[in-house]
Design a protein around this ligand. Structure first.
Ligand code: SF4
Ligand code: SF4
Length: 196
C-alpha cells in the first residue's frame, strides 16, 4: 500500500504510465536512505529521493533534464537499502530512458556511452569503470577529455573509496566465451529485426 501523499500534477501520472518502474515511486516514504547510500549523491544535482519529490511536485523539466539520471552507475546501493523495497536503480534507468525519448538527453552522448559499455561487456563480461570513463570522457577529443576528467575526479575518488572502481585492470569473467556467443547471437537477431 502506498503513502498518503498528494500528487499535484499530471507529470506524476505521466511517470506512472510511461516510465518503467515509475509506479514504484508511490511507495516512497522520503526517508532519504537511498541518497545517503548513493556514492554519487554529492555530485548529483538531485539525488533519487529529491527526484521522487520533484515528480510529485510536477517539476517535469527539472526531473527529465536532471544530470543525475545519467550519473547513476547502477551500483544498487540504493535498491539494496531502501526500506520500502523500491527498485530505485530501475526507476532511475526508467527515467533516463524516458528523458532520452523525450529529447532531454543528447543522443550523441548516450550513443558513445552505450557503444563503449557494450565493447567492455563483450571483452570482459563486466565493466571496468575507469576504462569506461576514460573512453567516454575522451570521445569528443583530448581537450574535452581532460576537462571531463578533472570535473569528475572527485567522483572517481569516491568510487575508489566505496570499492565501486578498482585501480588494477578488470579480468574477463570465467564464462566469457559463452557470453560472447550469446551476444553475437543477440546482435545477429537485432540486425535481423532492424531489417524486418
Ligand atoms: S530509500 Fe526508498 S523509501 Fe527512502 S527515500 Fe529512497 S526510495 Fe524513498
Ligand atoms: S544505483 Fe545509482 S542512484 Fe542508486 S546508489 Fe548507485 S549510483 Fe546512486
Amino acid at each position: 500500500m502506498g503513502n498518503n501523499v498528494s500528487y499535484e500534477s499530471t507529470f506524476a501520472e505521466e511517470v506512472f504510465e510511461n516510465v518503467d518502474f515509475g509506479e514504484e515511486i508511490k511507495m516512497c516514504m522520503q526517508c532519504g536512505v537511498c541518497a545517503a547510500s548513493c556514492p554519487l549523491s554529492l555530485k548529483m544535482d538531485h539525488p533519487p529521493r529529491q527526484l521522487f519529490t520533484m515528480i510529485r511536485a510536477g517539476k517535469r523539466d527539472e526531473v527529465l533534464g536532471s544530470g543525475a539520471l545519467m550519473l547513476c552507475t547502477s551500483c544498487y546501493s540504493c535498491t539494496v537499502r531502501c526500506p520500502r523495497g523500491i527498485p530505485v536503480v530501475d526507476v532511475m534507468h526508467g527515467l533516463a530512458h524516458y528523458a532520452l525519448k523525450q529529447g532531454f538527453i543528447p543522443r550523441k552522448h548516450t550513443a558513445a556511452f552505450g557503444k563503449e559499455f557494450f565493447r567492455q561487456i563483450y571483452k570482459l563480461g563486466r565493466i571496468d569503470e575507469k576504462e569506461l570513463s576514460r573512453r567516454y570522457f575522451f570521445a569528443d577529443g583530448f581537450i574535452p577529455g581532460i576537462r571531463n576528467s578533472m570535473n569528475m575526479a572527485d567522483i572517481g575518488i569516491i568510487m575508489l573509496l566505496h570499492r565501486r572502481m578498482k585501480l588494477l585492470p578488470e579480468r574477463p569473467i570465467k564464462e566469457i566465451k559463452s557470453l560472447r556467443k550469446m551476444l553475437d547471437k543477440a546482435t545477429e537477431i537485432g540486425k535481423g529485426g532492424a531489417r524486418a
